[in-house]
Design a protein around this ligand. Structure first.
Ligand code: ADP
Length: 468
């Protein structure tokens, strides 16, 4: 699932804040930690200096009692910060130490002792048994110019870590608060930024192929979104004009075709009236008549398609459907001599509508049934008068329609896989036009079909007011 722009912006802002906070925290810890440790080491150096100076005044390390007195005086609050003092001889043996202190943990490794002897002092952090940490300074003890022994002083190392921990907790609490705030503000800002886009999307989604005249127009949007709207409007204008041209072209062409085709049909009709025609010529002429009629229906469909797109008004008058059925039957009865084609039930029904359109609709349905039904099959055209409505039924024993295809056959230019006898399928607009015609009359078309058995196309139309 892809995240919406709004959420991406919000999360981006919050993530940037979290990264910044973590970076600040790490930098603070590193920088402040170093400064505080250096301060602590300075304190320890001063403390060690004081102890060394007092011991040096003794002149030697022999008087253990005096040494312990000095150690006690410093460890019991005599110094500002040190809480632990140890005096050792040159070999590292303890001479005096703060009472109760486990001097073992203060022992240094060999290399560290060496470092003290050769240099001057050595600082390290030691973990005590209970996990407490202390900072320990071990320095050389000089009496006169001689190196006589070692002095160790230590302080609580938490003196450096405690302020850092407090700072960290504070920053974390404020950070979490900050991130929540950033999420809220970020979401609000992002919503504001995305709203104009959504408005444009909303309008664009409303614009359908049938009303390409609509435009998004100027709105109170940021420049980028307005540019998008303008570009979209320009595209719509181009599409609209292309559609208009296409529609006009179809209108012109179907007009141009219909006149000569109708003349052609009239002439063939006249020729067929001649009794002297031999049977071969007659059947050739009849086939021609069928094809010309089909071409006329196709051009009519194209014409009505253009009308439907242009939103043409219907020419509404009372129409006797029974007469219309008879007319359609007569006009189509010679199309197939190899199937049983008949009129079934014929009630007398009048509806209000556009006669030409209703006839075209019925011709399309009948033509399909005649086209798709194989030789030896049956096609029946019936008309029923139900309560408040007229019901036209075109029933055939054709190949039937796959249930998956039923919703598709009313779409424009959709043609089923089975193109009928001898690949006679048309342009795939007959049912789309019929559907438009029936809906424009306030009715509906329903298909009941079973593969291999046949189809029933049922058209339901409201009765004329006086009839109802
Ligand atoms: P076409 O010009 O292809 O006949 P239509 O819009 O009239 O276009 O029909 C669409 C499709 O519906 C056809 O291609 C065909 O597959 C299917 N169809 C329509 N009527 C029938 C029918 N009576 N029997 C079987 N299939 C049909």
């Amino acid at each position: 699932m892809s995240l919406s722009l709004r959420w991406r912006l919000t999360i981006g802002i919050a993530a940037a804040l979290i990264v910044t906070l973590v970076a600040i925290l790490v930098t603070l810890r590193l920088a402040l930690g170093g400064i505080l440790e250096a301060d602590l080491d300075d304190d320890l150096s001063r403390d060690a200096g004081l102890v060394s100076a007092r011991v040096a005044l003794l002149g030697s390390l022999d008087d253990r009692e005096r040494l312990q007195e000095i150690v006690d005086s410093y460890s019991l609050g005599g110094l500002a910060s040190a809480f632990l003092v140890v005096v050792r001889d040159d070999e590292g043996n303890v001479l005096a130490s703060t009472p109760g202190v486990d001097v073992e943990v203060l022992a240094l490794e060999q290399a560290q002792w060496e470092a003290v002897r050769e240099g001057d002092h050595f600082n390290r952090t030691v973990t005590l048994g209970e996990g407490d940490k202390i900072r320990l300074r071990t320095s050389r003890l000089r009496i006169g110019t001689e190196v006589a022994g070692i002095v160790q002083v230590a302080e609580d190392a938490e003196l450096t870590s405690r302020p850092l921990d407090r700072l960290q907790t504070l920053l974390l609490v404020e950070g979490i608060g900050g991130v929540i705030l950033a999420l809220i503000i970020g979401y609000w800002l992002a919503r504001g930024a995305v709203k104009p886009l959504q408005e444009v999307i909303g309008v664009a989604a409303d614009i359908e192929a049938s009303d390409l005249g609509r435009r998004i127009g100027a709105r109170a949007s940021p420049a980028e979104v307005q540019k998008l709207a303008d570009t979209f409007d320009a595209m719509l204008a181009r599409l609209d004009s292309a559609f208009q041209q296409q529609r006009n072209f179809v209108l012109d062409i179907s007009h141009e075709l219909r006149t000569p085709l109708t003349a052609l049909r009239g002439n063939i009709d006249v020729l067929l009236m001649d009794d002297r025609l031999d049977s071969e010529t007659r059947s050739a002429l009849e086939r021609m008549l069928g094809e010309v009629s089909r071409l006329i229906r196709l051009t009519s469909n194209l014409l009505y398609l253009a009308h439907a797109e242009a939103g043409r008004e219907l020419d509404r008058r009372p129409v006797e459907l029974d007469t219309l059925c008879l007319e359609v039957y007569r006009q189509t009865k010679d199309l197939r001599s190899d199937i049983r084609y008949r009129l079934g039930n014929e009630d007398q029904v009048t509806v209000v509508g556009d006669r030409d359109l209703l006839k075209q609709m019925l011709l399309n349905l009948v033509d399909n049934s005649l086209k798709y039904t194989p030789a030896g099959g049956e096609v029946t055209l019936s008309l029923y008068r139900d309560v408040g409505r007229a019901r036209l039924e075109v029933r055939d024993t054709g190949p039937g329609i796959d249930p998956d295809q039923v919703p598709l056959i009313f779409q424009r230019f959709y043609r089923g896989k089975d193109r009928g006898k001898g690949g006679k399928g048309g342009a795939g607009i007959g049912l789309a036009i019929s559907d438009w015609i029936v809906k424009a009359h306030g009715g509906e078309i329903v298909v009941n079909s079973e593969l291999g058995k046949g189809s029933v196309f049922t058209v339901v139309l409201p009765l004329a007011p006086q009839e109802a």
